[in-house]
Write a protein that binds this ligand. Structure first.
Ligand SMILES: C[S@@+](CC[C@H](N)C(=O)[O-])C[C@H]1O[C@@H](n2cnc3c(N)ncnc32)[C@H](O)[C@@H]1O
Length: 217
C-alpha cells in the first residue's frame, strides 16, 4: 500500500535524524544524556548545560525559528555539551530507540528528561496532541534505566493532574516525592515568566525497576 504524504514525511524525518543528527551525539561515550522535549527558545537548556558540563544536553522543538535561536545562544556561550534539533518529540525518541547497526551506536541511555510548560491542549478532543502520552513513556522506558528522571512543570492545573495520572497508570514510571527527587535546576524561561501568574506546579517521575509497558487499566 502506498504511503500517504504524512507517513512519507515522517519517514524522511526519521531517516534524517538517524543519519545526520544522532551521529553527532556522544552516544557511545557513556556521557549522561539530558533531553528537553519542546525546548522553545532554549532558555532553560542553555542555562542547564552551562551549569552541568558533565552532561550532554539535547533540546528539540517543532518550530524551526525557536531551534535556530536556541542554537545561536549555545554558540555565543561556546557550549560544547549541547545540541538542538527541529523534531517532533515522539518521532525523535523513536529514532533514538531504533537500532543503528550501520552507525554501531551504543544503545543511548537518557539520564534526565525535561517537559516544561508543554502545550496543554485544553480541549479533550485535542489531548492526543499533548506530548505527555502513554506511548511516549513506553519509548522513554526503553531509553532509560531505573532511577532516570522525568521532570514535568506546567501552569495548567488540569494538565498537571492528567500528567500525574498518565504516570501513575504506567508500569515503568512513578511520581517521586519532592524530598526523594528535588527539582534539579531553576532558570526562568520566557514561557515560565509568562506562566508565573498561573502558579506553575512541578513533579518528577522516576523510572522504576519494573518491565516496560503500560499497566492494564
Ligand atoms: C510553551 S512552549 C515551552 C518551551 C520551553 N519548554 C520553556 O519552558 O520555555 C512549548 C514548546 O513545545 C513545542 N512542542 C509542542 N509539541 C511538540 C512536539 N510534539 N514535539 C516537539 N516540540 C513540541 C512547541 O513548539 C513550543 O515551542
Amino acid at each position: 500500500m502506498p504511503l500517504d504524504i504524512y507517513d512519507s514525511i515522517r519517514e524522511k524525518r526519521f531517516a534524517a535524524l538517524q543519519a545526520e543528527f544522532l551521529p553527532q551525539l556522544p552516544l557511545a561515550s557513556g556521557t549522561p544524556l539530558t533531553l528537553e522535549l519542546g525546548c522553545g527558545h532554549g532558555h532553560y537548556l542553555n542555562a542547564y548545560a552551562a551549569a552541568h558540563p558533565g552532561e550532554f544536553c539535547v533540546g528539540l522543538d517543532l518550530i524551526a525559528d525557536r531551534i535556530a535561536r536556541a542554537t545561536r545562544k549555545a554558540a555565543r556561550a561556546r557550549l560544547t555539551n549541547l545540541a538542538f534539533v527541529q523534531a517532533e518529540a515522539a518521532l525523535f525518541l523513536q529514532a533514538l530507540a531504533a537500532p543503528h547497526p550501520a552507525l554501531s551506536l551504543a544503545s543511548p541511555r537518557l539520564r534526565r528528561i525535561f517537559l516544561l510548560f508543554s502545550d496543554p491542549w485544553p480541549k479533550r478532543r485535542h489531548w492526543k496532541h499533548r506530548v505527555m502520552q502513554t506511548a511516549l513513556l513506553d519509548t522513554l522506558a526503553e531509553l532509560t534505566e531505573a532511577g532516570a528522571a522525568l521532570h514535568f512543570r506546567t501552569d495548567h492545573p488540569e494538565y498537571f493532574i492528567y500528567a500525574r495520572e498518565v504516570i501513575a497508570a504506567h508500569a515503568s514510571w512513578r511520581v517521586a516525592t519532592p524530598e526523594e527527587a528535588p527539582w534539579p535546576f531553576e532558570h526562568v524561561s520566557v514561557f515560565e515568566e509568562r506562566a508565573l501568574a498561573g502558579a506553575p506546579q512541578s513533579f518528577t517521575a522516576l523510572r522504576s525497576e519494573t518491565a516496560h509497558g503500560a499497566r492494564i487499566p
